[in-house]
Design a protein around this ligand. Structure first.
Ligand code: F6R
Length: 348
């Protein structure tokens, strides 16, 4: 890859992810342990999560983790209720987690300040410990991804996922051991790069695309669609597998590629009726998931076995980041500098 080649930064940052995860798994043990202890101490009754774009998808992943593994209700907030409408909800007993690579969007900072005033325990997960968001929160968790130079977020996304996983695992007495092999698995999955490049050629002229998954993998479907939209300028619509069957399936025909995320575990099993319905519509389906699920499909990327479902999103997104990269390049675009996006977007 030459110095100015399109997608050079994004390619490097995609490839760097196993190394980033290794750093988090080794260097963040103590700070994450302390943050988890402070969180557990306050015994929140409810968790609210805030984030934009890619970081919103990391927040969505954490919502599933909290509801499933902590048996606590969790929800995604709309910052506009406080920043635009001036609402001041009663947030006693609430843990308020804001997720942001840059820690720079004013709406997140402001809604976190309001959450703190309203009695919530506030925690920021960012890639920038000096950011306004990190400073506004009572507790800060640094995702240690290193500076992200490509506008399209890749390594910061999976670093956010892993930091949230480790934090929530520690908060219920875990030691993060299930995550220890992730860097190795990540390297294995990244090795499918050539295969993904071939798939990108197939989708070169696609105008529309659908992504779908359930449970933890719904975050993957959403993040894949965002990455494809922002780097390839196509209309990629993400649906939970359940929602897809409640109407939007009608818009799928053999000309609309569908990316399905079907890992081992409950979420992947819950996708089976969706795969059947997609087959009935002769959809062009590309899968990322377990060997068993991929046997039912014409093509896809098989994920390694032995990864707990709740950690699978870290691996699922890798080939889909590669797809966004290669498809953008195949369409003559430079995914490092997408036309519609800045590295820090300031919204209120
Ligand atoms: C980047 C992207 C953007 C950002 C969003 C939030 O690929 O899709 O949507 O994720 O601007 O940025 P941070 O995480 O810095 O708050």
């Amino acid at each position: 890859v030459t110095a100015n080649a399109a997608g050079r930064l994004m390619a490097a940052e995609i490839a760097e992810q196993p190394q980033v995860w290794h750093r988090l798994l080794t260097e963040a043990v103590d700070p994450i342990g302390e943050a988890a202890a402070r969180m557990a101490d306050r015994a929140p009754r409810f968790v609210l999560l805030a984030g934009r774009g890619t970081s919103d998808h990391a927040a969505l992943y954490a919502k599933y983790l909290i509801e499933i593994t902590h048996a606590l209700p969790a929800g995604l907030v709309s910052p506009s209720t406080t920043t635009v409408y001036g609402a001041r909800p009663d947030l006693r007993d609430v843990l308020y987690i804001a997720v942001s690579q840059s820690g720079g969007s004013p709406d997140l900072v402001q809604s976190m300040e309001v959450a703190r005033q309203q009695g919530a325990l506030t925690l920021a997960v960012t890639n920038n410990p000096g950011s306004a968001l990190a400073c506004a929160a009572e507790i800060h968790v640094d995702v240690l991804a290193g500076q992200e130079r490509s506008v399209a977020a890749t390594k910061s996304y999976t670093a956010e996922l892993l930091a949230l996983y480790l934090l929530l695992d520690r908060a219920r007495g875990g030691d993060g051991r299930h995550a220890s092999s992730l860097p190795e698995f990540g390297t294995q999955v990244l090795a499918f790069d050539e295969l993904v490049r071939g798939v990108a050629q197939r989708y070169r002229f696609a105008q529309r695309l659908v992504t779908t998954g359930r449970g933890y993998s719904y975050a993957t479907a959403r993040e894949a669609a965002l990455k494809l939209m922002e780097t390839c300028y196509l209309s990629a619509q993400p649906f939970s597998g359940a929602d897809l069957l409640h109407g939007p399936l009608a818009a799928v025909d053999p000309l609309v590629p569908v990316i399905v995320v079907v890992p081992d575990g409950a979420g992947g099993r819950a996708m089976m009726p969706v795969l059947e319905r997609l087959a009935e519509r002769n959809a062009d389906v590309f899968g990322v998931g377990s060997a068993a699920a991929l046997e039912l499909l014409a093509g896809g990327i098989t994920l390694p076995t032995g990864v707990p479902e709740e950690l699978s999103p870290l691996l699922e997104i890798l080939p889909l980041q590669q797809l966004a990269l290669h498809l953008a390049i195949a369409r003559g675009e430079d995914p490092d500098t997408p036309r519609g996006l800045q590295k820090v977007t300031e919204t209120l």
